[in-house]
Write a protein that binds this ligand. Structure first.
Ligand code: PLP
Length: 404
């Protein structure tokens, strides 16, 4: 039995009020709230274990290192990766993608080579490629979508050429909620001999992800979107690929030996982890993963699906409602506009009712251009949201609509 009230008790912030109203937090796509166990893992480690990892012979350093490396194993298991060598800790999805683009682009892409992305990418999976384009003259090709917000797989297939070196796509759109058929898209890419990076920022918190089942060559996600801390994320990469990529940054931890003439790089995964890692962050990320795993990712997915279906149904009863993203496979994100009401006005007035939504372009301006709008209001649900909160959102939107 999924007991949402019990789950809510684990999240102290959900008890607070804003403007004298109970907080209704629907900005989970941007970041999620933290359960007590995650916050306690942070304070516990600072209070009783804190020491820099990997380099110390002393007790605390070894204990901190054990926690840090155990977290790597937790992530490995969670993604079903083959080895902890394939789990690189980063600051988040954005850094994971930048690391990948920089290393892969340096080693495997030349002027005129092509990357395939999609029209619904977050800027984090567009701009790094544009920076590479400016440096090396690579070309971006874009998979289009239909009006429901589903990628056109026939068009995708047509984008491949002998210059295609990489496909880089999101598993779930942060605006439309579309769950892309990534497994099938990986299969297509592999049939052309092309590897795939999957942006999992919006998928990992909401569904079971098995990187080996997807056969993704690379996969990125952020800790803070899955109830973990800010400032820590993951880049997964198949070992055979990571072995071939050059380091991203230089410094401590990523070296085996250094002379003024030559540096020998460390083995995986440390080759990509220059400098002191956020070892407190990795421990608390592991706590967050343990937390969602105990509830069960499939249970979370089923519950959030129910919430989303309910939300779609209820929101559609509102006069003048326009919903963006009606894909058959949809995650718990609903983007909308009502009549002529500006998204910013809607968001500001909902906030006064205690309802936190996101407004704007959601770091997906090319998608906004495709939709012919400047921005949307976005309600994104998490494991602790309820149907009663959705009812309050609907009532809130109706109230705002009447004011206009
Ligand atoms: N990719 C997608 C699909 C996202 O939704 C986000 C954040 O909203 C990112 C990448 C960037 O994540 P972060 O800011 O944690 O690096």
């Amino acid at each position: 039995m999924y007991d949402v009230n019990k789950i809510r008790e684990d999240f102290p912030i959900l008890q607070r009020e804003v403007y004298g109203k109970p907080l209704i937090y629907f900005d989970n796509g941007a970041t999620t709230q933290k359960p007590r166990c995650v916050v306690e893992a942070i304070t516990d480690e600072y209070y009783s274990v804190n020491a820099n990892v990997h380099r110390g012979v002393h007790f605390l350093s070894q204990q901190a290192t054990d926690l840090h490396e155990a977290s790597r194993e937790t992530v490995r298991k969670f993604l079903n990766a083959a080895s902890t060598n394939e789990i690189i800790f980063t600051r988040g999805t954005t850094e994971s993608i930048n690391l990948f683009v920089s290393s892969f682009g340096e080693e495997f892409m030349r002027e005129g080579d092509e990357v395939i992305i999609s029209v619904m990418e977050h800027h984090s999976n567009i701009v790094p490629w544009q920076l590479l384009a400016a440096r090396k003259g690579i070309v971006l090709k874009v998979i289009p979508m239909n009006d429901k917000g589903e990628l056109l797989l026939d068009e995708y297939e047509k984008l491949f050429s002998e210059r295609t070196k990489i496909v880089s796509i999101t598993q779930v759109s942060n605006v439309l909620g579309t769950v892309n058929p990534v497994k099938q898209m990986v299969e297509t890419a592999h049939a052309h001999g092309v590897p795939v990076l999957v942006d999992g920022a919006q998928s990992v918190p909401h569904m079971t992800v098995d990187v080996r089942d997807l056969d993704a060559d690379f996969f990125a996600f952020s800790g803070h979107k899955i109830y973990g801390p800010t400032g820590v994320g993951v880049l997964y990469g198949k070992e055979e690929w990571l072995d071939k990529l050059p380091p991203y940054q230089g410094g401590g931890e990523m070296i085996q030996s250094v002379t003024f003439e030559k540096t020998v790089f460390n083995e995986l995964p440390y080759k990509f982890e220059a400098g002191t890692p956020d070892y407190i962050g990795t421990t608390s990320l592991a706590k967050a993963i343990d937390y969602v795993s105990a509830i069960g990712m499939d249970n979370i997915a089923a519950y959030e699906h129910e919430l989303t279906e309910y939300g779609m149904q209820q929101l559609k009863t509102i006069e003048g409602m326009r919903i963006f993203g009606e894909a058959e496979h949809k995650s718990s994100v609903i983007s909308f506009l009502v009549g002529n009401i500006h998204h910013f006005d809607m968001g500001t007035l909902l906030d006064r009712l205690g309802i936190a939504v996101r407004t704007g372009h959601h770091c997906a301006q090319p998608l906004m251009q495709r939709l012919g709008i400047e921005g949307t209001v976005r309600a994104s649900f998490a494991l602790y949201n309820t149907k009663e909160e959705i009812d309050a959102l609907v009532a809130g939107i109706q109230r705002v609509s009447k004011m206009f």
